[in-house]
Design a protein around this ligand. Structure first.
Ligand code: IMP
Ligand code: MG
Length: 185
């Protein structure tokens, strides 16, 4: 029987580490928005952030609404195209009364989050902050610092906990490094 774990070279962030990280970020968000009378909207960037978003929203205790956008900067491979395509836009009548917190799985070149932040501000958002689980700062093409961050990782192509390679491996409960022979095949 096929097991998706067979394609994993090594575990980079374990389930326990992910749980601690998500708990810590949720506490930071609770602290920062505690005295706010604003409408906080968590925006899940599909599909990679689905698992992180689900775990994070369960641990946040301040009132939040949720929304989703679908954006892609990657083709089928492991290199960013540097271009952003919005496949599912944010459609709501109250954008000007919302504080958005974009929930992203990983920042690589920084193109996606810097573009999305500007895009939501142009659409009239009251404020836009960003939260990423993983960060590969060595790969930046545009200057971008997220407001919340799980952990920095080296320049490796990672999968699991929502992140995919060619739509596979999203269901892995940890973040792992893919065996290079899988994408060099
Ligand atoms: P950026 O626009 O270059 O910052 O790209 C961010 C997006 O690229 C993320 O939302 C992911 O979908 C994808 N990405 C970047 N690095 C990886 C990786 O190591 N594994 C899986 N997807 C990645
Ligand atoms: Mg993504």
């Amino acid at each position: 029987m096929k097991n998706i774990k067979d394609d994993v070279l090594s575990v980079l962030v374990s389930e326990e580490e992910l749980d601690k990280m998500v708990t810590r970020i949720a506490a930071e968000i609770d602290r920062d928005y505690a005295d706010s009378d604003k409408k906080l909207v968590l925006v899940c960037i599909l599909k990679g952030s689905l698992v992180f978003m689900g775990d994070l929203m369960k641990k946040i205790t301040v009132p939040v609404e949720i929304d989703c956008m679908k954006v892609s900067s990657y083709g089928a491979g492991t290199q960013s195209t540097g271009q952003i395509h919005i496949a599912l836009d944010l459609i709501r009548p109250d954008i000007d009364t919302c504080d958005f917190l974009i929930i992203e799985d990983i920042i690589d070149s920084g193109v996606t989050l810097s573009h999305l932040t500007k895009y939501l501000m142009l659409k009239g958002a009251k404020s836009v902050k960003t939260c990423t689980l993983l960060d590969k700062p060595s790969r930046r093409k545009v200057d971008f610092v997220p407001d919340y961050r799980g952990t920095e990782i080296p320049d490796e192509f990672v999968i699991g906990y929502g992140l995919d390679y060619a739509e596979k491996y999203r269901a892995l409960p940890f973040v792992g490094i893919l065996k290079p022979e899988v994408y060099l095949k």
